[in-house]
Structure formats: C-alpha cells, structure tokens
Design a binder for this molecule. Structure first.
Ligand SMILES: Nc1nc2c(c(=O)[nH]1)N[C@H]1C(S)=C(S)[C@@H](COP(=O)(O)OP(=O)(O)OC[C@H]3O[C@@H](n4cnc5c(=O)[nH]c(N)nc54)[C@H](O)[C@@H]3O)O[C@H]1N2
Ligand SMILES: Nc1nc2c(c(=O)[nH]1)N[C@H]1C(S)=C(S)[C@@H](COP(=O)(O)OP(=O)(O)OC[C@H]3O[C@@H](n4cnc5c(=O)[nH]c(N)nc54)[C@H](O)[C@@H]3O)O[C@H]1N2
Ligand SMILES: [Mo]
Length: 579
C-alpha cells in the first residue's frame, strides 16, 4: 500500500476493484464501511455482487478479465469531461498526451459492449472518483492474477495519476497483501531476482523487466502476446531505492560485493526461478530437485495435474511445513517447522509496517523455527552460519538494507512497529509514499490497450467463464483452517456459485452436483444458485482438495510479473451423473 489503513476512514471516494475485503481483509473492510458512513463515495468494480456492493454508490459488474477496458473507459470520461487534475499532471507527470490518445477510443458505449457494464454507470463512477477531494484505489487478486495482470495495474495507476491522488493523504494505490507476512517475505528477498529491500542480484532495476521479457518471449508455453508497456513506474508495493552511481560497476555488482563481504561467500549474478519456471512445461527446463517451504502447490498452483506429475518425476523433494500437506505426500523428506506462535521475529503487514512477534508457546515435538532448520542445514554444507537469535538476523538485515530498515531497531519496533522506508534511528518511518516526488522523479503515464485472452475465451464447447474467489471461513488450501472443527461446521465443502438463469437453462436444482470441465481437466462440485454471479459467470474457491479447481486453471502467466491467470477459465458445465 502506498498509504495507511488508518487513513481510509477520511477518504472522499474509494474504488474497490478485484478485492473482497469484508471476507478477505476484514479490518480494511471495516474501515471502508466506516468511511462510507462518514460520507465517502464507494465504487465497487467486481464481476460478483460482493458484500460491499450493498453500501456502494455504484457497482461496475464487469466480465472477468476486462479490467483494462473498464479502467481506460473511466480515464476516457475523466478526460472528456475535463475532470483531471491539471496542475498535478503538469507538475508531477509525464506522458499525459499519450494516455489521452489511447483512451480516446474507449467510449463508455464501446466498453459497455466489452464489459457488460451500462455506459451510464461508467460515467457515474468516473465522476465520483474524479470529483472527490481525495480518492483511493484498493485492489487485490481480481486485478493481478491475470495474464494481463501488470497491464491491469498500469491502467489503474493511470487513474490515480490522472486525478492527482498518488502521494497524498487519503489517496493512493493500495494493493491489499494476502498473508500476514507476505510483504515481509518479499522485503526479505523471497523473490527470485532480488536480495533484501529489492536490491537486484543482476543488472539494475531498469534492465530487470527487459531481461525477463526477452527470456519469456522465447518461451512459447509461458508467453502470451505482449504489448509494449513502460513498467518503470508501476506503483506496486515496492519502492525503488535511490540508485547510487558507482564508478565502472553495475549497481548489482556493488550490491553482491556488499553481501559477499558479510556472508563470506561469492554470490552468483544469475537470478532464481519463479514457480512457473520451476514447473516448466518443457521437461528439460524444469527443476529436478525442490525444497518447498510453507506452500502447498499441489492444490494452489494452476494446472494441478501437471504440478503433480512434475513432483512425481523429481529426483528429490523436501517439504518444510507445520502440517503434512497434499504436497508433502510427494516429499522424500519432510522437515517439521514451528508455527507463528512458537517463534520470535518480525512480520511486515500490508501497509509496510514491521512489527515484533514473540514466542507464546514452545515448538511442538521436534519442530523448529524455519530459520533454525535452515541454519542446521547450512552447517551441514559447511557454511559459516551461527546466528543465535532472530534479533541477530534482523540486525544484519538492517545493516545490509539501510535504505529500508536502517532505523528499525527491535527497541523501536516494540511499541506499534514502523513503516518502511525508515533509513535512520531518528527517521519516523513512511506512512505515505511518493509524497511531493516519486522515487523515479516524475510520474509516468503508461498506455495499455485491452486485449482479450484468446486461450480462455468462451466458445460453444466451453460457454461459461469460471472465476475463482475466496470464502470467509477458510484459508487457501485448508491445511490450517481445515483442522478447525468450528470452521468446518460452518463450511466443509465447495459450492460453486451459478446464476439462477443458468441453473434453469441447465435444469439444475439446489441439490444437484455438476461436472465442470475446462481444456485441462474436470472436477465435480455441489452448487449454490445465486445472483451473486451474473449469467454466464460461475465462481469456485480453491479451498477444497476434493474439488481442486486448479485442475481446471491455465498455467499461462503475465509476461512481466510471471503471475498466472488464476481468475479466468472457459468451462463447460453439465449435471454430474450417478449421484
Ligand atoms: N478468509 C480468507 N481471507 C484471505 C485468504 C483466504 O484464503 N481466506 N487469503 C489471503 C490471500 S493470500 C490473499 S492474496 C487475499 C486475496 O484477496 P482477494 O483478492 O480479495 O480475494 P479473491 O476472493 O481471490 O478475489 C477478489 C475478487 O476478485 C473478483 N474477480 C474475479 N475475477 C475478476 C476480474 O477479472 N477482474 C476483477 N477486477 N475482479 C475479479 C472476485 O469476484 C472476488 O470478489 O486474501 C487474503 N485473505
Ligand atoms: N485458482 C486459484 N489459485 C490460487 C489463487 C486463486 O485466487 N485462485 N490464489 C493464489 C494465492 S494469492 C496464494 S497466496 C496461493 C496460496 O497458496 P499456498 O501458499 O500454497 O497455500 P496455503 O494453504 O496458504 O499454504 C501455506 C502452507 O504453509 C504452511 N505454514 C504455515 N505457517 C508456516 C510456518 O511458519 N512455516 C512453514 N514452513 N510453513 C508454514 C501451512 O501449513 C500451509 O501448508 O494460492 C494461489 N492459488
Ligand atoms: Mo495471496
């Protein structure tokens, strides 16, 4: 998030797109409701009738996968009606003319034909968003989990820049992070191409995207058609650090040297691989060995049948988890990890706030905190790892990542944490990013065109669009929540959402089971007949192993973020036989 959770209640207008906060981020959901009670205008853009729609001023119920068209239409109306923030655009941005040119053809009427949203609703939403004193955007997986995920974020960023809402109180681009500490994991370098604080292991930040793009373009099974986008000003949940100039050395070389000096080993300049690459469709390019920690890809990764086959064929698989998962069934060795309540350390939440966690109970059995397991392994590899506490590790991270954490001592974190960047002991942390100036200087409008995803377009054979979404009572693959009797009492099986008109057409009644088939596989599930989804769209969660929806999902990825298009699959639906 560029801004903080506390600010939400004072916001003038809120656009919630591809995010269902009352079920998935209840604290943020609560704040949004409070903001509306205090007079904020609420625009919900979601293919489904999510709970926030009940208090929204307008619901843009668009077809899954048409986000770029919708956002460009909002920009079109804002520019046509002269509602853009001219002073902000003049002083802080570049490329407005290009945006204007691109969105010219995205009239509400034209986009209505792509998205199924009435043209007047598009106009109304644009006016509400641009007319407010401050406007913030909240987005989540409905926006990012697409083969056009990066383009979707770019199109949203344009809206925020256009209306002068980046870098101000109550504004911003606010991607809601999923897990309690996924932000912390990324900040700590759990990404294939960076070390802590997004310090690149090769090239520099500018060349990173191009490198990845080139690599994927040569790779048919992963690539989807690509358009030229300038990604250098994507306001995701990272900041770019001030780029120092080193004589004759690339930035990453200097960074690798810095880490090498402390760790006493030479670092490779080859970036790691994403999970899509590890499970590559070309057998010669996929992993032979895998160490899986805190993930259950057999259920959570797209094209689950393929994932299972890959794991089966691997030479050696290690799973480090707090429970014996479906993925652990494929492991040669399972290493028992201690849970959050059994260890010390820090978590960094969605608003970039690092906070302390403390051991409340002792680790069960012979389980250990993850870092201790790694250390024991490293010692077997004759590496010189001798940390005695999580504090010692944190202090090393601070030393090697001063632009983010220099000022975040455990003592200072005690109270209510601190938001990065916090480079010095007397720095108060950074609640709002991009205030006054963007990290790259001037904000860049980037132009993106809507492109339908041909591979998952509906057809006579596959006439429905399946989308996937979470449910309040369960967490992902249920390795944890599935062990709670109370939660299972509330919900212990999948109910696919289907519109009453579609149910009628297929002659389905509430007790029927259906067989859902995509170009990759089939699953059988119970149904819930509901107008939460519009006709032509059905929705399943990926919570239940028995109805593993990822057997249906296409593994193709967004070329720039390498995230799979988990939110759209063309499917065929029929009544299941024999039950
Ligand atoms: N109860 C619960 N809470 C969770 C989780 C959980 O498993 N259970 N998981 C956590 C994690 S890791 C994450 S990442 C977050 C995810 O949080 P969210 O992204 O909010 O979760 P989803 O329900 O997957 O998707 C959000 C919305 O995207 C919509 N959508 C579907 N297709 C499209 C589309 O094409 N465009 C747009 N704009 N929207 C679309 C869906 O209708 C859905 O309402 O939740 C976190 N919180
Ligand atoms: N079709 C479809 N697929 C999706 C999505 C979607 O919306 N639609 N969403 C995607 C998203 S956003 C996400 S985040 C993924 C989630 O996918 P996963 O991360 O694979 O799912 P989880 O069930 O959360 O698995 C986390 C594992 O970590 C373990 N664990 C918990 N605490 C610890 C710990 O302290 N140490 C260790 N070592 N292990 C621990 C848990 O027991 C669990 O097995 O799914 C993705 N897949
Ligand atoms: Mo997530």
């Amino acid at each position: 998030m560029t801004n903080t959770v506390d600010e939400i209640t004072g916001t003038g207008a809120i656009l919630v797109i591809g995010s269902n906060p009352t079920e998935n981020h209840p604290i943020v959901g609560y704040r949004i409701r409070e903001a509306v009670r205090r007079g904020a205008k609420l625009i919900v853009a979601d293919p489904r009738h999510i709970p926030l729609v009940n208090i929204a001023d307008v619901h843009l119920q668009f077809k899954p996968g048409t986000d770029v068209a919708l956002c460009n239409a909002l920009a079109h109306v804002i520019i046509k009606e002269g509602l853009e923030d001219k002073e902000y655009i003049e002083n802080r941005t570049n490329g407005f003319e290009y945006l204007k040119e691109i969105v010219e053809s995205y009239t509400p009427e034209y986009v209505s034909s792509i998205t199924d949203v009435p043209a007047e609703d598009i106009r109304k939403a644009a006016r509400l968003f641009a007319g407010a004193e401050s406007a913030s955007i909240f987005y989540c997986m409905g926006v990012t989990q697409h083969t056009s995920g990066t383009e979707n974020v770019v199109a949203l960023t344009n809206l925020s820049l256009l209306t002068g809402n980046l870098g101000i109180l109550h504004g911003g681009m606010n991607p809601l992070r999923g897990q309690n500490n996924v932000q912390g994991a990324c900040d700590m370098g759990c990404l294939p191409n960076v070390l802590t604080g997004y310090q690149p292991v090769y090239g520099d930040r500018e060349t990173d995207t191009y490198w990845r793009r080139l690599k994927l373009e040569q790779d048919d099974s992963l690539a989807c058609s690509l358009q030229e986008i300038d990604t250098s000003e994507i306001i995701a949940d990272t900041v770019e650090f001030e780029r120092p100039v080193y004589k004759g050395m690339s930035v990453s070389e200097e960074i690798r040297n810095k880490f090498s000096r402390v760790w006493g080993v030479k670092l490779s300049d080859a970036p790691g691989r994403t999970s899509a690459e590890m499970f590559h469709h070309n057998p010669s390019r996929r992993n032979r060995v895998m160490y899986i920690m805190g993930e259950n890809p057999v259920i959570s990764d797209p094209d689950a049948k393929h994932v299972r086959e890959c794991l089966e064929e691997m030479d050696f698989v290690v799973v480090q988890d707090i429970f014996l998962t479906e993925t652990a069934q494929y492991a040669d060795v399972v290493l028992p990890a201690a849970s959050f309540a059994e260890k010390d350390g820090t978590f960094t939440n969605t608003e970039r706030r690092a906070q302390r966690i403390r051991r409340a109970v002792s680790p069960q059995g012979n389980s250990k905190p993850d870092w201790e397991i790694f250390q024991l392994l490293a010692q077997r590899f004759n590496l010189n790892w001798n940390y005695s506490s999580s504090k010692e590790i944190w202090d090393e991270v601070r030393m090697l990542t001063p632009h983010y954490y220099g000022g975040m001592s455990y003592e200072r974190l005690e109270k209510e944490g601190l938001q990065w960047p916090c480079p010095a002991e007397d720095h108060p942390g950074t609640p709002i990013m991009h205030k006054g100036k963007f990290s790259r200087g001037i904000g860049q409008f980037s132009t993106v065109d809507y492109r339908p995803w041909a591979a998952e377009s509906t057809s006579e054979e596959y006439p429905f669009t399946l989308t996937t979404a979470r449910k309040l009572y369960h967490y992902h693959t249920r390795t944890m929540t599935g062990k709670s009797e109370g939660l299972n009492y509330l919900l212990n099986e999948e109910f696919m959402e289907i519109n009453p008109l579609d149910a009628q057409k297929l002659q389905l009644t509430a007790d029927d089971r259906v067989k859902v088939t995509s170009r990759r596989g089939s699953v059988e599930t119970k149904i819930q007949i509901t107008d939460r989804v519009p006709p032509g769209v059905v929705c399943m969660s990926f919570h239940f192993a028995e109805t593993a929806v990822n057997l249906l999902i296409n593994p193709a990825v967004c070329n720039l973020s390498v995230v799979a298009g988990l939110k759209v699959a063309a499917v065929h639906i029929e009544k299941a036989q024999g039950i």
